[in-house]
Design a protein around this ligand. Structure first.
Ligand SMILES: Nc1ncnc2c1ncn2[C@@H]1O[C@H](COP(=O)(O)OP(=O)(O)OP(=O)(O)O)[C@@H](O)[C@H]1O
Length: 294
């Protein structure tokens, strides 16, 4: 059953909102006359339930390990009968994309709940938590996490549907979230498996070759354009003969190492999730445009 991915600044109230959702789901399930709904269970995971300390965010390696622990907990709990509330900052777009693929792979719906508390309020809550020793992040870790936060964008497949909860709202939009994930008949949304499924061994070599080749062609088209237009700001690159696809370059031209890094990120994210081969180019162009717009 569905993955409810919480996202927000540090100390923004993610656990506060998650607890509200967990209580609402439990109430809704217990009051439902439908046996399909009664069968559902609610599960809440966050850094505390996984035994992860806040200082993991102070350096890259422990943070990466913490993300791996979070991902494997999600994989473990993502089953047909569980509403899984994944309460974490989930601040990296690529990481949200990866979790979206996990949900797709088990054919279950997903949504993102963005805890939209303004940064000044989060700072205030963080300071209060530090002072009362009930939580909070060291000031430099807090500021760094805020700086690195990549806000969800409901236009991206992996961040949709997106529900943003302002600080002053009494609770998240319960009914809209329930309808989007479970639906009024308790059957949930139908999720197509073709965009992201587990690889079959025979297809694997061919798929990985195609993934490398197609993404390299897109990077080559961009570097050729940059060489032909030195110093030109912005720019539109058409990395397919049909000219149907367009990469919109940012004002500051990306360097080759930057492009290679994005290509590696994309291929790493999609290695386990066989995209339809005919869509690799389009999805990589989407990925680049989304990154360049930030
Ligand atoms: N919308 C709100 N209304 C009232 N109090 C709130 C609200 N949001 C958060 N709080 C309070 O702010 C404090 C921090 O909230 P919470 O622990 O949920 O943040 P968090 O984002 O989960 O933090 P962390 O990043 O450490 O996981 C708590 O005391 C919580 O009760």
């Amino acid at each position: 059953m569905p993955l409810i991915l919480i996202s927000g600044y540090p100390s923004s109230g993610k656990t506060f909102r998650s607890t509200q959702l967990v209580d609402f789901f439990a109430r809704k399930i217990s009051q439902s006359p439908d046996p399909k709904v009664q069968r559902l269970k609610v599960h809440h995971i966050n850094d505390q339930t996984l035994g992860l300390a806040r200082d993991v965010y102070a350096s890259a390696r422990p943070e990466k390990d913490a993300r791996a622990a979070f991902t494997s907990a999600i994989k473990r709990h993502l089953t047909r009968d569980v509403l899984l509330v994944a309460d974490g900052m989930n601040y990296i777009k690529g990481f949200r994309y990866q979790l979206y693929c996990e949900a797709k792979a088990v054919q279950t719906p997903n949504c993102v709940v963005h805890v939209g508390t303004p940064v000044e309020k989060c700072r205030e809550l963080n300071d209060a938590a530090l002072e009362s020793q009930t939580g909070g992040y060291e000031v430099d870790v807090f500021e760094n996490l805020v700086f690195r936060y990549e806000e969800p964008n409901g236009m991206s497949r992996w961040d949709a549907p997106l529900f943003t909860v302002p600080f002053d709202d009494a609770h998240p939009p319960y009914d809209a979230i329930w309808d989007a994930l479970v639906g009024s008949d308790g059957k949930g949304k139908v999720v197509r498996a073709n965009a992201a499924t587990v690889l079959k061994p025979a297809a694997e070599k061919d798929y990985l070759y195609e993934l490398e080749k197609t993404t390299s062609e897109v990077v080559a088209a961009i570097t050729t354009w940059l060489q032909d237009h030195p110093g030109e700001a912005g720019g539109q690159v058409f990395p397919a003969e049909s000219r149907e696809l367009c990469v919109y370059l940012p004002a500051t031209a990306p360097s080759l190492p930057q492009l290679q890094r994005l290509r590696r990120q994309f291929t790493a994210l999609n290695r386990q999730h066989a995209l339809n081969k005919s869509r690799i180019r389009e999805l990589f162009v989407d990925y680049l445009n989304d990154t360049f717009q930030k």
